[in-house]
Design a protein around this ligand. Structure first.
Ligand SMILES: [Zn+2]
Length: 101
């Protein structure tokens, strides 16, 4: 898997302030390599090519956060969606306990 983010300015080498999401690249279907699993376009516009990170990093670069939608889709692709849900449910239980104490 690969990741990408947009908004990088090739002229200045800086990332636009509003760009925060690191997406997971779609690798199958009509838009393979061209969009995120969430549907975010992964192709560049003038002076703003997408920055591809290959392979998928274990954590997003400074200043970026994982695209929530992409991570959910990616979890399903690698067969871990149920595991993710289990973790979330377990955290939820923990939260309830904290509230009760
Ligand atoms: Zn995304």
């Amino acid at each position: 898997m690969r990741a990408f983010y947009r908004g990088y300015n090739a002229a200045t080498g800086r990332r636009a302030q509003q760009v925060r999401n690191l997406h997971v690249m779609r690798e199958d279907g009509n838009f393979a390599g061209k969009q995120g699993l969430c549907g975010a376009p992964g192709w560049g516009v003038t002076h703003s090519p997408p920055v591809v990170i290959d392979p998928l990093p274990s954590a997003p670069p400074d200043g970026l956060v994982w695209c929530r939608s992409c991570v959910g889709h990616a979890a399903a692709l690698v067969g871990q969606l149920n595991e993710f849900a289990r973790i979330i449910a377990a955290l939820n239980d923990h939260g309830d306990q904290e509230c009760a104490s």
